[in-house]
Design a protein around this ligand. Sequence first.
Ligand code: ATP
Length: 280
Amino acid sequence: MTREHSLLEVTDVRVAFGSKGFRKAPNEVLHGVSLDVREGETMGLVGESGSGKTTIGRAILGLAPVSGGEITFQGRRIDNLSARRRRSLSRDIQVVFQDPYTSLNPAISIGDTLSEPLLAQGYTSRDARRRVGELLDRVSLPADSLERLPREFSGGQRQRVAIARALAISPRLIVCDEAVSALDLTTQRTVLELLLEIQEQTGVSYLFISHDLAVVRYMSHRISVIYRGDIVETGTAREVTDNPQNPYTRKLLLSAPIAQPAEQALRRAAYEREFASAAK
Ligand SMILES: Nc1ncnc2c1ncn2[C@@H]1O[C@H](COP(=O)(O)OP(=O)(O)OP(=O)(O)O)[C@@H](O)[C@H]1O
């Protein structure tokens, strides 16, 4: 499949912060980033803290100032949309954030949280109620969740609510920004399985952003690696993790836990040899 078939294309995107302040030099945090997400695939975006992952997600959502390059969705430019057209794009592109404790409004019941995007898209209250029931079922939350407030749910359950809200109006793309990072390992696993099942059933695409290469490898068809605002490597999940071309990717791999300790030791030794010879 070529880039012409991409659902989302980010091409040479630059983002700089702080340029409006008096005498403040703009701080460019994305230096011409390109990546694409195809229909029905999970594109993983991995890099260490501060490398620019969230900024890419925010640029796609129209929440970061794009100073160069372009972003297209289904072939149409979206980095320069009016607020009204941006709102209508939320039908197609949704987001699940990291923190299930702050991403839900604490004063709004789960039922209202889920019906709000449906009513905004013109659902009647009856159709919205029916759809909310389906969504709760889809993310395996009990039907009596409707009247309850977010504080009555665990972190994993709240993340299920956030996923149900993102799914409500059947988007084509969900940006998952560290969507499981705040959860314990067992809960992470069940939420990841849920995301995979949903993709299988609906064909939704994910841009799956995480600092954790093990999680990204598990979820993604392809992976882009970002380092200090530049994409340094893109390939299939297997290419990037079995045969990384960039030294930074190899470093990330060393810190990612893998199932076979012996393989990890070999990888580490090869990496250390390579760096020792590069340093000579
Ligand atoms: N609104 C902002 N104003 C100024 N600088 C910002 C803003 N948002 C992000 N940055 C800077 O941009 C850089 C990239 O941040 P970003 O949040 O995209 O990184 P990240 O890879 O997602 O990191 P993390 O995994 O820690 O969330 C950082 O140096 C950050 O300080």
